[in-house]
Design a protein around this ligand. Structure first.
Ligand SMILES: N[C@@H](CCC(=O)N[C@@H](CS)C(=O)NCC(=O)O)C(=O)O
Length: 291
């Protein structure tokens, strides 16, 4: 460790509004609604309130997979929640997710609308509802769920730990970067060893475990997050790379990645999705050309 710290924690921590770094402006140590704002509701059974981050993309990939399989009950409206603008603190969003984080899903097809938050819970809810992408087999199902929950527990070290200190923090601090790089490389090695003799996380079958893990770890290796592929020696994780490329090539994944996306190429951004035809007619390049 090269830094020495003169910081002595006070007896009781108090909040200083801005502590620097990306997202500092929206972080605060309290929960609950900060303003009144109802959520819009569209015509489809499922209403998704989200943004095209890895956690959001898990759900849009899942919905596009279900629709491609013919599950019409998975038709959805995807509304954009701009977390940088604080949309997650509106009263309607907080009613859908008291944790104020995307993604949040409302199932309007149940007797009373059903709220589901936490991307892992949303994947399980949709898989159970449509009996798809989660194995029935008594050995494969726990394997699938083990990897699903592995992702939920592991990715915060990748995003909130590594990604934050490598990419978003106001300065590069060696101690946390080393700490979280060690952990992320360990996680990549867990995946690499596991995928050495398997096509997908659960074996031969593509499941919600792949849908949960790919947006974080697959895209990390493609250098789509944190600009860290070289730093992490992404190419050395050959089994993860093979698996990630196979999933990346799925049309459903390409569509899912476009929904609620607000960055990158305009023709890849479908900021809101209310109909399957929107992929052809409502991408941001076409909307801006029509203005
Ligand atoms: N464990 C949650 C994590 C969700 C999450 O961290 N969402 C982020 C974007 S990827 C968010 O909404 N951040 C807004 C905020 O923290 O205010 C899940 O998997 O759904």
């Amino acid at each position: 460790m090269s830094e020495t710290s003169s910081y002595i924690p006070p007896k009781v921590w108090t909040w200083e509004a801005e502590n620097g770094g990306a997202f500092a402006g929206i972080n605060r140590p309290t929960a609950g609604a900060q303003h009144e704002k109802e959520l819009p509701v569209g015509k489809h059974p499922l209403q998704l309130y989200s943004l095209g981050t890895p956690n959001g993309v898990k759900v849009t990939i899942m919905l596009e997979e279900l629709l491609a399989m013919g599950h019409t009950g998975a038709e959805y409206d995807a509304w954009l929640i701009k977390i940088g603008d604080g949309d997650q603190f509106g009263s309607g969003f907080v009613a859908a997710n008291p944790n104020s984080k995307i993604p949040a899903l409302m199932d309007e097809s149940t007797e009373k609308p059903t709220r589901v938050f936490e991307s892992g819970a949303i994947l399980m809810y949709l898989a159970a509802k449509h009996q798809a992408l989660m194995p029935e087999d008594p050995v494969l199902r726990p394997e699938c769920l083990s990897w699903l929950f592995w992702q939920m527990g592991s990715a915060p070290y990748l995003g909130g730990g590594f990604g934050h200190f490598y990419n978003y923090a106001p300065e590069k601090f060696e101690y946390p970067i080393n700490r979280f790089t060690m952990e992320v490389k360990r996680q990549l090695d867990v995946l690499d060893q596991h995928l050495a003799d398997k096509q997908y996380m659960t074996g031969d079958e593509y499941t919600i475990a792949d849908i949960a893990i790919w947006p974080w770890y697959g895209q990390l290796l493609f250098n789509r997050s944190y600009d860290a592929a070289e730093f992490l020696d992404a190419e050395s994780y050959t089994n993860v790379m093979r698996w990630a490329k196979e999933i990346d090539a799925r049309e459903t994944v390409k569509r899912g990645r476009m929904v609620n996306k607000v960055r990158g190429e305009l023709h890849e951004q479908l900021r809101e999705r209310h109909d399957a035809s929107d992929f052809e007619t409502k991408t941001q390049d076409k909307l801006e050309a029509a203005e």
